[in-house]
Design a protein around this ligand. Structure first.
Ligand code: ADP
Ligand code: MG
Length: 104
């Protein structure tokens, strides 16, 4: 149970509702370690309208991050075409396929 996040969820719910009307957006969530960023995002996923899909990816806390790590993390959700383009490393086609998938 998350405490004191009603206002944050209300603002994010409004962005989700706008996305449902075709108006996408980017929300930046920042804060110190342990403040509850990951919990907020997981909570948000639980509030999505029925039938919506959500993907989450994280940047590795490594000195040399894996290229496209967040996309590999959400590869299953992005579908077989994106998965195969991730393997071949065709970046331009990869980004076009992701944009196409998100647009749909
Ligand atoms: N709003 C909240 N109410 C209660 N517990 C919370 C809340 N947000 C986070 N926590 C707890 O605090 C801890 C750290 O949260 P987490 O989401 O991992 O932080 P962050 O991703 O910012 O590092 C977790 O144990 C989580 O369950
Ligand atoms: Mg976190």
């Amino acid at each position: 149970m998350l405490v004191e996040r009603e206002r944050d969820f209300e603002r994010l719910d409004a962005l989700i509702a706008a996305a449902g009307r075709g108006q996408g957006s980017v929300a930046l969530i920042s804060g110190e370690a342990g403040i509850g960023k990951t919990s907020l995002i997981r909570g948000l996923f639980g509030r999505l309208p029925r039938g919506w899909r959500a993907g989450a990816g994280g940047c590795d806390a490594l000195y040399t991050p894996r290229p496209l790590g967040p996309l590999h993390d959400m590869a299953d959700m992005l579908g077989p075409k994106v998965r195969s383009l991730l393997e071949t490393g065709e970046r331009q086609q990869l980004f076009a396929a992701i944009l196409d998938m998100i647009s749909r």
